[in-house]
Design a protein around this ligand. Sequence first.
Ligand SMILES: *Cc1c(COP(=O)(O)O)cnc(C)c1O
Length: 346
Amino acid sequence: MDILSLVRPNIIQLKPYSTARDEFKGVADIYLDANENPFPSLYHRYPDPMQIKLKDKIGGIKKIKAEQIFIGNGSDEAIDLLIRAFCEPGKDSILIAEPTYGMYSVCASINDVAVKKSLLTSQFQLNPDDLYSKIDSSLKLIFLCSPNNPSGNLLDKEIIMELLKQFKGIVVIDEAYIDFTDDEGFIPILSRFPNLVVMQTLSKAWGLAGLRLGMAFASEAIINILNKIKYPYNINSITQQIVLEQLDKEVEKNKQVNIIRQERERLVNRLIQLPIVQTVFPSDANFLLVRMANAKSIYNYLMHHSIIVRDRSSVVLCQDCLRITIGTSLENDQLIEKLILYSESN
Ligand SMILES: *Cc1c(COP(=O)(O)O)cnc(C)c1O
């Protein structure tokens, strides 16, 4: 499969911006090449544009070559760059499986790229017949989110593998919540599919949402294209440095993930006992999609009591649903307490 034949011709022809630090990569005594302020401070130098140390570290953790890693200012940067690299505005399209994360269609729309939509089943699984019926020559990217946001479930792996074989474009799997499952995700089978992109983030399980660091894993051909069109210094020095330190705390991350998973189970058991709760959908993520009688009114009641959840009741297939992030044990208790009070007063 020739990835370059899928890329927009103007991107293929583009001569990328070359930074001072792209041209000279060694260590020198005196740097007079980048018009920086010479007086020492923590941040007077530009950061490494290719984030080499960070990629080596992430590669070690994820068991993948540094050359197969793209690092972005959140996953959102990778989503935007993929659309801009592969989709001709006003002509090409992407496909998403709804309900799902909102940024795929927002990024596409900003770039004047059409969004085709396939509805998930009532159990939030892929519908292969419908997916294949949406494939045409304008379709360049398929975005799938697994575990899916807002439903929380893993998507069927067999269906995705078949799609990767059949579809002659790029399949992007967003694994923002993969740490909360026992599933190993798609990174271990990356080498079998040159058209596969796996996205992950440090914003959820790793607890680093404020630092803005998202990752895309793919064949070198795809990673090279993303590197070619990204902003030169897209990851700032502070983020690079702190993330490098934080990635040593994998044991602590795993402990927190285990607690969150235990709390998820406990919260499910508490929720299903409430008369106002109709369905708690099975979750492989750090949140629960919950169908309740009068979801909007419960949302407002909780907000009034200073507890904010996500109202998804106007989203397709999510009628009367709230999306509730798993908090600390104490926070979850307070949520349940308020829901009991609501039940008793209504
Ligand atoms: C939270 C989330 C992300 C993370 O985005 P960042 O920009 O990396 O913070 C990505 N995809 C999905 C589906 C999410 O829910």
